[in-house]
Every structure is written in structure tokens, then in C-alpha cells.
Design a protein. Sequence first.
Length: 440
Amino acid sequence: MDIQQILNKLGIDALNEMQQRASEAILGSKGDVVLLSPTGSGKTLAYLLPLLQLVDKTSDDVQALVITPGRELALQSDHVLQSTGCGIRSTSCYGGRAAMDEHRVLKTIKPHVVFGTPGRLNDHLDKNNISRYTIRYLVIDEFDKCLEMGFQAEMQKLIKNLPGLRRRILLSATQSEQIPTFVSLTHAHVVDCSVVDAPPSARITLYEVHSPQKDKLDTLRKLLLHFGSQSTIVFLNYRDSVERVDNYLHQQGFVTSCFHGGLDQKQREAALYRFSNGSANILVATDLASRGLDIPDIENIVHYHLPESESNYVHRVGRTARWDATGRAYFILSDGEHIPDYIEGDTEPFSPTTTEHMEVAPPRMATLYIGKGKKDKISKGDIVGFLCKTGGIQASEIGRIDVADRYAYAAVRRDLFHQVLLNTQGQKIKGLKTLIEPVR
């Protein structure tokens, strides 16, 4: 397996120091590995690349399980693996959708690696949808978060039911006080990169934005107007607050995505997809968005509500300054609010520069929903051809395309969006009539 070829495909020049050390530890020993590294340092590739070299792709067995604390990280990690184009098959399993549908996918594609939440993975093991006897490698991503979310009993059951397990790989951005005995680590090699290079927080400039009113909505509006089309996450502490702020911004003409745990799975997927492909330049979210979302080029983090703990702060700001990039974090403070003591570094006062008639900057892209997917024998290439030939646009005017089993999302240039909608209504893709509509 040519690792450099995979990196080129992913648009990465070379592994960073942490990823090199992790790869050496995983491939250079037969014991378990614990990897500690800051948020945003590239831990997904740090374990995936060596894992892909350990898996036997000539077999049809599931050989590796990757436990994640949430469905978004499972989906995202699965997407990263599939993007490598290395021939290792994978899928993701999680609550919020029918387990029977996942069973059919497992039978059809015969994955080598399965990403999933603990409860759903246990469900498939209990039903023998995944053989417990073929699993050789177990990865627990965001291990500290899994414990924090109360998955200890489910993880204990899962590990106990894997008689052929050989290796365990644990990943965390923070040092857990103690790894529970049920994990049964053997000759564990700890790769501690928590202080290697500057953490993302050291590459982030901090700003204080004073809100003259207790209700910060107007201050937020002015700040986002100042940002223009820059990619921004606005963090709040409560679901109803997210809905309120998102509705207000929508009324003001901003193009946003709303993201919190009260949304159903399809709504959450659509929200993240629109934000990650540039169809929405603002994500309004709870701290659910602070973990496991590896969306590049997020320029601004806005703390509308102050983070409730140091850990929440670390993971929020870890969404920007990914890898070696820089970022900015803004604290909107009303009278009586102060920057928490645990936040290191100097903060600068900031006043948004806006004018009374300043217009909202639209995102560069817009997202199409296409009602056909993999089960209909539709590929990314088919969608590109359809949008070019029938939609009347160039391939360079098409952004990210994601194809699910029964539907697909495609990003196209916003100024051409209505033209594409008009040209494709009632048309067929590969001889199949399909629904084409905007994702809002």
C-alpha cells in the first residue's frame, strides 16, 4: 500500500510528527497503543493509515471495529477511509436509523472495517450481523468522550464479546485519569503528543466583543456581517437557544445550518453537509459540534454562550486552526460576563466594522438533493455527467458530491443553482426519473 499516494489523494503533503510516531507504534509492535494528541492534530489518519496496512483485504470478514462517541464521527471517519481509495471496504453503524438497513449493507459490501457507536455495534454483534470471532483490531476514538457520555457498560460488553481480539488502539485529546480494567490493555505503548508542537489554541487569536444588551443577537448580527462569507461556527449551550439564534439569523438574511442533538439523523447530516461544502457559511450549534467534526478551513469560532468547562472550550476552538492553520475565536460578553480563568492567552477587544445598509454575504455554493443513490447504481461520475450535460454547467462549477444508498447531495455554484434546478426538473439520470430539489 502506497501511503504517499493515499496522502496525495487526500491533498496532504506528508504526515506530521504525531502521525509518524503513531504509525511507528502501531506497525512496529504487537501490543496495544494509547495515542494522546490535541484536538485538530490529525488523529483519524494517525490510526487509519497503519490500520489499513494491518487489515487483510483478500478476506470478506470484518476485522476491525472503530468505536466512536457519536454518529457524526463514525460517518466522517468512514468517509475518510473511503476517500483513500485503497481497496479496504468499510461502513458505519449508529442509532437513529433501522438496524435492518445496516444489516443489508453489511451483507452486501462485506466491510473489513466498521465504524459505529457502542450500542449499535453491540446490537449487530448480538444478532450475528457482525461475527465476533473475526475481529482482530479495536479502535476507541475519543476515548475520554465515550467514558464521559456513559458508554462504559456498553464498551465493557463489546470488548468481552470479542474472543479473537488482538490489538486495542485508544485515542484521546486529553489524558484520562485512569483507563478502566475492562479495556484489558496489554503491553500498552503510550504515544503522548499532547505537548508536541503548539496545540491549536496557541495558533488562535482571541477577541472580546462587548454586547451592550443582555440579549446578544444584534451584536452577533454585526459580527457576522463583518466576517462576510468566512466560515464560522457559533456555539451555544442549549438546543432551544440554537433554534432561536438560527431563526433570527435566517430572518436577517444569513444562510445558516442548525445543528444540535434534538434533530433527527437526516437533518443533522444535511446541516453538516451544507456547512462543509460551502452552501452555508455559518453553523449554529451546541457543543455536539465541538467533537469529531473535521471540517477544514473554519476561520472563526464565536462563543455566543461561554463554554461550560475547560474541556468544552478546548474542543470548541479545536474546530478551527486544524493541522498547522491559524484561526480566530470571539467571546461575545454582556455586562457582568468575563473570560473564564482557565482560558490561557491574551484577548484583544474587538468591535465589528459594519454600516447601516451592509448586505449579508451569500455562501459560494448551494446544495442539490438528488433522489437516487448507490442502490440505483448511481455514482459520483454519473452525477457529474448529469449536472454538466443536463444542468448545463462545467465540472469545475460542481463542488463536493456525496452518494448514499437511496439519495445523493451535490454542491454547485450558487449563482448557477436556479439554472441547474430549472434544467434538471423532470429529467432522467441514467434512464431513471428522479427528484431534484434544493437542500435548505
